[in-house]
Design a protein around this ligand. Sequence first.
Ligand code: 9MR
Length: 379
Amino acid sequence: MTINRRTLLKRSALLAAALATTKQNAIAKALEQTGLKDLYKNDFYIGTAIGNARLNNPPAGFNALVAREFNAMTMENDMKWERVHPEPEKWVWDHADKFMALGEQHGMYMVGHVLVWHSQTPRWVFNDDAGQPLSREALLARMKSHIDTLAGRYRGRVHAWDVVNEAVDEDKGWRKSPWFNQIGPDFVDHAFRYAREAAPEAHLLYNDYNMHNPGKREFVVDMIKRLKKNGVSIDGVGMQGHVGLEYPDIAEFEKSIEAFAAEGVAVHITELDLDMLPVAWDHIGAEISDSFEYSDELNPYPNGLPADMEEKLAARYAEWFKLFLKHRDKIARVTFWGTGDSESWKNDFPVTGRTNYPLLFDRDYQRKPAYHAVAALKK
Ligand code: 9MR
């Protein structure tokens, strides 16, 4: 029998198809026991954020899924000042302790979120008993005592701390938060110094969103340079990664990864999620603010994501993970901001009551096509 070119081509196509099926079967089999953390074990940690509801009342199989898929955990809200330290003499440890116990049971890389932030911080922190703004020295003392107590409690157990969160404005400058207004720009230096004293072994991060924005990138690069010049040690930058299908420009995000790494710090992708809903502020032509009125037009998929959108989500997630893999030498961790779609803050921001699909697991904690697209990059 002579084998002509056509037969050959046909045979190789069949072989390729058979190989692809074998490969898919192999992935599926491997994933019965293992998860993303195993596929990416030579690249970076794969993390998730755990909210209080899941911590205290996990749906069936939730803890097992988290242990199978992830090797890093961040507490979504309950180490924030207003939750853990709601009154001057009151500390609430139950949730944070429970979070630590869950993670440690599975040998996770534990992330503390967050020591110094303007949001979710009670007003009393910044004021004296008469309601007047604290002096610089008094506010620094308060910051130090908070960091000592919180980071000190989990010393040697929290592996990375978001030390300062969101201190930079979009338009290249300091956010005019009470921290900045009452202490000055060196509030960041002090926060890192106090954190280093309280948690000497921890990896200390500056964390922010929209880090692809060139103005923010430059500002943060300058901040790192200044900290280092002042003898303050910073180990990494957290790029939150609240992204969408159309934004940001991945090339700009990449420039920021490179710019931060060039300063000698590790990059952590700390809060990854991918918004699938119309961008509210484009739609109604308003300025970005905290909330927009609900309309059905802004909530187009209340009963499930159409297949073509599911594919777009998968393709976009694959693009992001290709970028992360390309820079695996610079990236220490990629953490999703939640596990299943129902948990995500994106269902309520910036419009409450929508149905969003930003994560890799659906509302029944099943792997979505986006999950498989991310997994397939490692085969
Ligand atoms: O996901 C968090 C949500 O449950 C809270 O209501 C919200 C309050 O500010 O904070 C969310 O998490 C934020 C994180 O702590 C810092 N970066 C932005 C995150 C999304 O807002």
